[in-house]
Design a protein around this ligand. Sequence first.
Ligand code: NAD
Length: 374
Amino acid sequence: MKTFQINTKINFGQGALASLEKLEGKRVLLITDPFMVKSGLVNEPIKYLQKSEYTVFSDIVPDPPIEVVTSGIKVFKEFMPDAVVALGGGSAIDSSKAIVYFSKKILNLGHVQLIAIPTTSGTGSEATSFSVITDKQKGAKYPIASDELLPDVAILDPELVKSVPPNVTADTGMDVLTHAIEAYVSTQSHDCSDALAERAIKLVCEYLPKAYADGNDIKAREKMHNASCLAGIAFDKVSLGINHSIAHAIGAKFHISHGRANSLLLVHVIDYNSQIDGYKTTEFSEAAKKYAEISSFLKLNIFNEKVAVDSLKDAIIKLQKQLNMPLTLTECGIDPKEVEAMKDEIAELALNDNCTKTNPVKPTKEDIIKILEK
Ligand code: NAD
C-alpha cells in the first residue's frame, strides 16, 4: 500500500498574498534576506500584517550556513512568535524551517505556524519536508528531513517573482525541471507523484523561456511558480536522485547556484541512468523507459527508446542554450584542475547523500567520477 497526503495548504494566484491577513492578532516573525529589505519587496507582506505584531529578521544569505540558523533561533527566543513567515527563495524558506524546528525543540514549544512565501520559482521548499543547511567548515550541504519541517501554508503569488533577474529565473527554473525529472524516474515514483511531475515538466518547457525573456509576463511567472510547487510536492513524496547528490557536493565546493549545478548535470545523469553512451551496458534501463515517456508527453521524437531519450536530452540542451546557461563547469569559471583535485571527495559526498538511495541505477564512485568528467 502507498499513501499520498499533502499537509501544506496552498494559496495560489495573483492576490494570494492577501491571505496573510488571517494572521490578525498574532505575533509574527518575518524571516527574509537583505535584498528583500533593500528592494522594498518586504513591504508587500507587511501591508497585510498591520493587525499583527511583527518583527523582521533579514540576515539570510544564499546557501544558508549553520550560523544564520543560530542567529535566527536567538531572535525567535527574544520575540517568541506564534507564527513565522518565510519570505524569499529556498535559502530564506529553508532557514526559517530550521529556525522554527530547532527553536521548538530547544524551548519545548508546541505548534508554531509556518507560512512560506517563495519569491523564486525553483526549490519547491514551500511544500517540502527538507531544509538544506551548509556547514562552511566542512564545505558540505546537509539536507535535514522531517515532516515537522513542512510549512502549514504556502502562498504562491506571482507578483513577487517579477523582479527575479533573468539569470536567477534560468537557474531556479532548471532546478524545477531537475526536481520533476528526478521525481519521475525515482525508484519510489508512483501515479500520484508522476501526475505532479508530468504537469511540472510540461509547464517548465512551455513557460520558462517566456519568464526568462520577459520577467513581467505574469502568466509565465504564475505557471512557473505553480510548476515549482508541484515539482516540490512530487519529490517530497518520492525523493530525488544522483543529479541532486552531485549538485549538493558541487554547490558546496564551488559555490555554484543550486539550480545551475543541477542544470550542468542533467543530460549526463539521464545518459547514466539510461545506461547508454559508454556506461556499463547497451541494455536500456527502466529509467530509459520513463525518460521516453517524458519525450512522449512533450511530443518529441519517440521513434524508439534510444531516439526518445536522445530527443529529451536535445530538448534540454536547446532550453539551456535559450536561457544562455553554461553547459560545463569550465564555462562556470571553474578550473578543470580544481575539479580533478576534488573529484574523489565530491564523488564520496554524492554517494553518501540521501538522494542517491532513490536513483534508478545504483552508482559506484567511479560512475560518479565519470559523470563529473563529462
Ligand atoms: P536563494 O534563495 O539563495 O536566492 C538566490 C538569490 O535570488 C538571492 O540573492 C535572493 O536575494 C535573490 N532573490 C530571491 N527572490 C528574488 C526576487 N523576487 N527578486 C530578485 N531577487 C530575488 O535561491 P533559491 O534557488 O531559491 O534557493 C536555493 C537554496 O534552496 C539552496 O540552499 C538549495 O540547496 C536549497 N533547496 C532546498 C530545497 C528544499 O526542499 N528545501 C530544494 C531545493 C533546493
